[in-house]
Write a protein that binds this ligand. Structure first.
Ligand code: FES
Length: 47
């Protein structure tokens, strides 16, 4: 999921992650090693 123009993202634990780029990719598969951000791991997960 790409987010544009946001200043921060709050995860399920309530932690606020500042956003300093115009577009960021949010992980939706929950397998990223750098949650809440997508690191491309979803591409190698079997369906
Ligand atoms: S959506 Fe989870 S690693 Fe990309």
């Amino acid at each position: 999921m790409l987010l544009r123009g946001v200043e921060s993202v709050q995860d399920a634990d309530g932690t606020v992650h500042p956003v300093e780029r115009p577009v960021v990719a949010l992980c939706r598969c929950d397998k990223s090693s750098r949650l809440p951000w997508c690191d491309g791991t979803h591409k190698v997960i079997p369906r």
